[in-house]
Design a protein around this ligand. Sequence first.
Ligand SMILES: [Zn+2]
Length: 234
Amino acid sequence: MGRKLLQMLLVFCVLAFGTGGNSMPVHGKNTSVGIVNRFRTVTAPVIVDKPVRLTENRERLMREYSLEHYREEMTEIAPRAVIVHWTESPDWQGVYEYFYKESMADGTLNVCSQFLVDRDGTIYRLTPETMMDRHAIGYNWCAIGIENVGGVRNEENLTKAQLRANVILICYLKEKYPAIRYVWGHYQQTEARKSGLYREAVPGYFSNKVDPGPKFMAALQKKLKESGLLFFKP
Ligand SMILES: [Zn+2]
């Protein structure tokens, strides 16, 4: 009997306080307030871990890239923004195979984003969330990338399921990394310099982007208007 009671109590404690490493002790008179604050305010998304090739060689290439472009060797980032992309391809497998490789043809770090969202809304995590991935010139040092499968021939065809997945994923990231203040689409990269986060040491290193289109960004902004996140005009 006693043992069963203890087990039940333990289950309650886990439900009420969680088991995460950032658990804080609840004390003082406002215990109930403390408990309420301990609950996550967003639903955690279902994330499928599907890592690309992560080796010491990829880390070396990250250090080389960041040294050249940010004048600082880094393999980890402290996220301050989320950048949304589309893949310009029709299926996630092809993108995954492309990102899987460590280097590009010129021997530099291959492009990759931390997340890939399939057309049915499935969220794949391709690298650790705070790994320095190469997905947005000038911002890789501080931004988490979300790729969305679609946008072939620049057609604005991302799905409602992808929109839902992006909303829930961005809320999850914002709660996990409170320093995240901005969300923008890759095509908004120039306007996003107003964030003060743009950093690029190589003169003239730039490429024009249209992804993921203003339609998707307008919808995302509308869904996240209560989040406190900052957007740029779609
Ligand atoms: Zn992009």
